[in-house]
Design a protein around this ligand. Structure first.
Ligand SMILES: [Ca+2]
Ligand SMILES: [Ca+2]
Length: 237
C-alpha cells in the first residue's frame, strides 16, 4: 500500500516537472514523436555482402523516435508529383504520394534508367521536419546519387536547399555529397529536414546496385503549413 507521503511527493514532483517545462521559453512548441506507419518487411538482414562504398550498416533495430512539433502530419499525402520521366515504365507518378508503402508488384513506380528526379508540390509553403523515402524494399537494394532538395519554385531555381546527398563523386552535377549509401528496407530512409520552409520537394536517383532503373514506392514529407514565423524549430542542440 502506498503511503500518503509518497503520493504527495509524487504529486509535487509532477507539478514541478510540468511547471519547469511550461516555463522553459525554448519549449513553447511541444515536440512529439512522429507516428510513421511501416509497411510489411519483405526480408530481414542481408544474406550476402553488398559491395558499395560508403555504405551505412543495415540495422535490425527500430528507428529511434523522431521528434517534431505537435500537429505535424504527412503534408505530401495525395499531393501532385511531376518528374523527369512523366511516363514511367511501371506505375504512375501519383503512386509516390498515395499512402501505399507496401513492397509488392503494383505498389512501386519504375522510372527510366540513369539520373531521374521526381518533384512533389505540397501546394503551399510548409515547415518541413522530416522526409521519409521508400524506393523499393522487395529485396536489399541500394540507390545511387540519392539527392533530396527543397525549393520555392517547381523548376528548382529559387531558394534551393539540399537536405540529403550521397552523390560523393558529384556525377549528378549538383555538388558532391557526404551522406552515406543505405540499403532499402521497409523502414524507409528518414531525412532530418530541420524545419526548412519550402513548397516543393525533389528527389534524385541514378539507378541501383542491381540495375540502372529508378524506383519509388512512397515519399512522406512531415511538416506543417508555414504560417507561424515565430516557430522555435529547429530543435535546440
Ligand atoms: Ca505509394
Ligand atoms: Ca555518383
Amino acid at each position: 500500500m502506498k503511503s500518503p507521503i509518497t503520493e504527495i511527493t509524487v504529486a509535487i514532483f509532477a507539478i514541478v516537472l510540468i511547471a519547469s517545462i511550461g516555463l522553459n521559453p525554448k519549449d513553447t512548441s511541444e515536440l512529439v514523436p512522429l507516428d510513421i506507419t511501416l509497411p510489411q518487411p519483405m526480408y530481414r538482414g542481408t544474406e550476402k555482402p553488398i559491395r558499395v562504398d560508403h555504405l551505412k550498416k543495415i540495422s535490425t533495430e527500430d528507428r529511434p523516435p523522431f521528434l517534431a512539433p505537435v500537429g505535424t502530419t504527412n503534408v505530401a499525402l495525395g499531393k501532385p508529383v511531376a518528374g523527369s520521366d512523366e511516363a514511367p515504365i511501371i506505375g504512375e507518378l501519383s503512386m509516390i504520394t498515395d499512402g501505399d508503402k507496401e513492397a509488392g508488384d503494383g505498389s512501386y513506380v519504375e522510372l527510366g534508367p540513369f539520373l531521374q528526379h521526381v518533384t512533389i508540390d505540397l501546394k503551399r509553403a510548409c515547415e518541413i521536419f522530416a522526409v521519409v523515402v521508400w524506393h523499393y524494399h522487395q529485396q536489399p537494394q541500394i540507390y545511387f546519387d540519392v539527392i533530396v532538395q527543397v525549393a520555392d519554385d517547381s523548376d528548382f531555381v529559387k531558394n534551393v536547399r539540399t537536405l540529403f546527398n550521397n552523390d560523393t563523386d558529384n556525377s549528378a552535377g549538383l555538388g558532391a555529397g557526404t551522406d552515406m549509401h543505405y540499403v532499402e528496407t521497409n523502414k524507409g530512409e528518414l531525412i532530418d529536414a530541420k524545419g526548412v520552409k519550402a513548397r516543393y520537394v525533389r528527389l534524385y536517383s541514378n539507378g541501383n546496385n542491381n540495375n540502372d532503373l529508378n524506383h519509388y514506392i512512397e515519399v512522406e514529407v512531415y511538416g506543417k503549413p508555414a504560417e507561424n514565423q515565430n516557430s522555435t524549430y529547429p530543435k535546440p542542440v
